[in-house]
Design a protein. Structure first.
Length: 271
């Protein structure tokens, strides 16, 4: 979709008044052409933007640095979007963490709605394309069907009421991190997070979001391979023992845990 311009008019939204500190975690794999569109719409006032790069072969990192001199670049230490998010979460310093994609499909102008939902007293604000005014210009029929089936399985097995299991646009208070312990590699990451956060007893609210078309480049998702990974994750989580209730004195412990997940090779650089 190289010639499609999706974001008009180009204005930034504002964070809610008195918003806590917000970290935006953006996994990137060869997204140099898309980052200018995404960064242009990030609300002013966020604490930090972390680009978690999967060793892109284009100039994603250079472009990110040229767009924001305060960008924090994290080089993921393994492969896949799940690992990228785990590394980004480990490095994030904000009270609120927003996870969004770099391909232009998740609109930064929606960030204030996610943040406001958290400020209203919810632990986890989960984006949905299929309720509360959300939508998608990007999802294909096959992926829609797959997502619905997997979503139904999770709702059945875990008693949740999710409407969009595999959407990559979410925000949460950093105190949710120990409950999720993100330790997977690939596109099953949203499923893992959604299931673990539900089992932890934290409060979750869905936020309507409109998914736009990827602007440039190609999707890294393989529907069958990644659908099977999601299915395996659902089964694995169902067989997993109910985790202990979350200890809210979370932060130092999580940093240690995250450092273990990320290993010594977690590289965080401020330009
Ligand atoms: N760091 C890192 N980022 C990744 C990796 N795989 C995907 N991403 C990023 O994760 C985000 C989502 O990936 P996409 O390929 O857009 O997947 P998708 O949104 O399900 O697919 P489309 O809807 O077709 O775009 C994008 O910002 C990618 O650049 C990876 O292995 N490492
Ligand atoms: Mg995408």
């Amino acid at each position: 979709m190289d010639d499609v311009v999706v974001m008009q008019p180009r204005f930034r939204s504002r964070l809610p008044k008195d918003a806590p500190s917000v970290s935006i975690v953006v996994p990137t794999l060869n997204e140099a052409a898309n980052l200018p569109h995404v960064f242009a719409l990030i609300p002013s006032g966020v604490l930090e933007v972390l680009v978690v790069d999967g060793h892109s072969t284009d100039d994603t990192v250079e472009v990110a640095r040229s767009l924001r001199d305060d960008v924090r670049i994290v080089l993921q230490n393994s492969k896949g979007k799940g690992n990228a998010l785990a590394c980004g979460f480990a490095a994030a310093r904000g009270e609120i963490i927003v996870m969004m994609d770099a391909d232009g499909s998740t609109d930064p102008r929606e960030i204030p709605a996610f943040v406001q939902t958290l400020m209203d007293g919810v632990d986890f604000a989960k984006g949905t394309r299929f309720a509360f005014g959300g939508g998608s210009s990007d999802i294909t029929w096959h992926r829609d069907m797959g997502n619905r089936a997997l979503n139904g399985a999770v709702n059945l097995l875990f008693g949740t009421k999710y409407t969009d299991l595999c959407y990559g646009y979410n925000a949460f208070w950093a105190h949710c991190l120990p409950a999720m312990q993100v330790d997977c590699d690939g596109f099953e990451v949203e499923t893992l997070m959604n299931v673990r956060i539900a089992r932890s007893g934290m409060t979750i609210k869905e936020v309507g979001s409109h998914e736009l078309e990827r602007i440039h480049g190609e999707s890294k998702l393989h529907p069958v391979r990644d659908g099977l990974r999601v299915l395996r994750t659902i089964v694995g989580e169902r067989m997993r023992k109910q985790p202990e209730p979350c200890d809210i004195s979370w932060r130092p412990e999580y940093r240690e845990l995250a450092a273990t997940v990320a290993g010594d090779s977690l590289v965080v650089a401020t330009a």
